[in-house]
Design a protein around this ligand. Sequence first.
Ligand SMILES: [Zn+2]
Length: 486
Amino acid sequence: MKQNLFVYNTLTRKKEEFKPLNAPHVGMYVCGPTVYSDVHMGNCRTYISFDLIFRYLQHLGYKVRYVRNVTDAGHLEGDADEGEDKITKKAKLEKLEPMEVVQQYTVGFREVMKTFNTLPPSIEPTATGHIIEQIEMVKGILDKGLAYEVDGSVYFDVEKYNSSQDYGVLSGRNLEDMLNNTRTLGGQDEKHGKLDFALWIKAKPEHLMKWPSPWSVGFPGWHLECSAMSHKYLGDQFDIHGGGLDLVPTHHTNEIAQNMACCGKNPARYWVHTNMLTVNGQKMSKSLGNSFLPHELFSGNNHILTKGYSPMMVRFFMLQAHYRSTLDFGNEAMEASEKGFKRLMNALSLLDGLKSSPATEVDIQPLIDRCYDAMNDDFNSPVLIAELFEASRIINSVHDSKLKIDQKNLDLLKNMMHTFVFDVLGLKDEQTENDDLPKIMDFIVDLRNEAKVNKDYATSDKIRNGLQQIGFQLKDGKEGTTWTKN
Ligand SMILES: [Zn+2]
């Protein structure tokens, strides 16, 4: 292993040295999407952040089992214990089977994740595939006397649990504060206490997704699936549990309570949370009308965007903020980031052609050490990117013959850039991605020249301006027309 890694732990509210339970194995569980609509940008940020963590742990030599669930049942509207299931509601609206909704948005989610070049998790378990495990967990909690049944539904007894454990251990809030500040979340007439939450919910006749259980034909509470599936694939206790910061007060708090009640252990040693997205300083939300979907961000087809951005550019932009800071999507910030991304990619394209000198005026090892220092300091990607810009300056200076580098340092520089840009940050050069692009561009340039020959200037101007808008410049010279990409 390289230098020691420190991770901010929400549970202890400080950075702690990362010591896996069974090195070199690492168990990591991240709460996945509820597949009833297109994945939103906040989720994309969370999964890109955990992809960075997954990649870096693997780079350090750990064998990571990364489990990210797919919620395909049991998640009710408003995260409540009563009301309509998000997937069922969508299925009724679109006259589809719930599993058709699940399939459509699971496929869509995976496509977006691939577009952002995130690595697939080791296991992607679904809630519907683990009903038996969830029922077993409810039984375990009932056996410990920490849950109770009312008319076919089973609720977790928070106040009883809190008499021997700290229910607010993750959020840092005490029970009294929570009791005073909790809005009721459905099923209240059946619950003994205001904070109690459903483990199993008896299905109303109109509810489509339901299963037999010892208590009723019903379905599991939303928080239960993550407890049951993390336990199944990672054991009583594992290393990292992650998700968005919004999951801390309820979903993750309840997960800890369930696992503690059933299995006697806080399931994870390091609780890692990603911060939220804002748009021009405001929380991104559908109701404020300032949210956009990944494909709108790529095409620029949304009223708050001045243009589109490529997936790798968006990934780079997100990684330029630390995962625990809020990230503000503003057009100016994205345009500045785009310039930086291009600078980095241009430097990479020059790297292979650099010539070494017998002597060196630059020492790369301290720069490499600083890259590791950045990542070992709670996966600080913005500081890492600043060091990569420093490396880009060196590459440009060597290319311009303003700086000499020997073969040993050049090899270190190449290795460092490839490791951190491609393997750790998970970026790729989109310009070299499409080998057919030059052929397509030559074809378009020929079409334009034909239009010019035919004096159809409207068409030739339309082609030139259209290409300009998507970043291609045409230049007419004596030797013919050449094109460049911004
Ligand atoms: Zn979860």
